[in-house]
Ligand binder design. Sequence first.
Ligand SMILES: O=C(O)CCC(=O)C(=O)O
Ligand SMILES: [Fe+2]
Length: 365
Amino acid sequence: MSSFAPRDYPKLSTLPIISLAPYLSPHDGKGRISTAAALHAACLQYGFFYLDISAYVSPEEPEELTRLAQEFFMLPQKEKEKIALKYQDGARGYARLAENVTNGKADNHEGIDLLRPVEHPDKTRPLWGENQWPSIPGFREKYEVWIEKMKHLGLIVMQAMADGLGLTAEEWAELRSQVDDSFYVMRIIGYPPLPTNYDGFSCGAHKDYGCLTFLYADPTRGALQVYLRQKGLLIKESNNIRAEEHIEDGMWINADPMPGCMVCNLGEMWEVWSNGLYKSTLHRVLHTSPNYRVSIPFFFEPNFDAVVKPLPAALRLQEGTSTPASAQKARANVQKIYEPVVYGDFLKRKVENNFTTSVQDGDED
Ligand SMILES: O=C(O)CCC(=O)C(=O)O
Ligand SMILES: [Fe+2]
């Protein structure tokens, strides 16, 4: 029985849209406050949002990356296999269609993974090999420019989130030092249409495991879906028609691409930093339209050796205190503190267990 009458439900629309522009201009103090507050609210409620990056990226740039990805995926299979994962550390290179498995089922996609390069590469060590690039002219150059842009974007969004969570300047400096040499993953994904009666998904339901995901996807609609778990009143508006739907136990909503925006979501490391205040949200891809879909998520992750643990600012919020001094006293009221995680160790465990482990294993609510 619910004690929550439907009319009192929090109103949920499609995912919130947040503009990053104030954080790109040096003097927009007011704008920053509202961006930081909007980020905080989106992270509390959804763990997913649209990031309006039109002030940072011109639309032609990711369109060109999509075109290059298409060109690669359209090559004969034998050509694509020349950079197969098996020639390196098993994590860098080309994964053929259905090689990736989620929840025990083969995903109907293919892809290329490019990870942060390491010093003294050794392909016999997990994650420690070298990237394998397609030989298509311009491919590597264009993606390397994008990677630099996404790393910089990661730091900007982290700063805005730190403001939203109420970190002091010293606390932000400490958090920044955990992400300033991101062990990122640039993934390039190709999705043929999902065959009818396919036993699985284009990409099965999962949480991202790291810090922040910046997803650029081609204009295909109705592919990426996000799971909203809270009760609420979903407001849908299209073609001037407004519909309301009560969500009782959670539901999947579409996160279609929006011009000038990327879809951004939190990985599990943010659950740890925020001591569970912010959730890493389940999502999946069901691509049933007849076109070949391309998406290029950039996973902005902590540094390999970062020790990720609950931030004092998150504990202060949970304790209902606002200053570091008063928080000390109230600490005992916080019911559960997440265990610290060394990001690189966590990632290696993930790879060994085919990405099935979670920071909260055995502890799902
Ligand atoms: O292709 C997409 O829209 C999402 C892909 C995704 O969730 C992932 O690679 O983690
Ligand atoms: Fe994902």
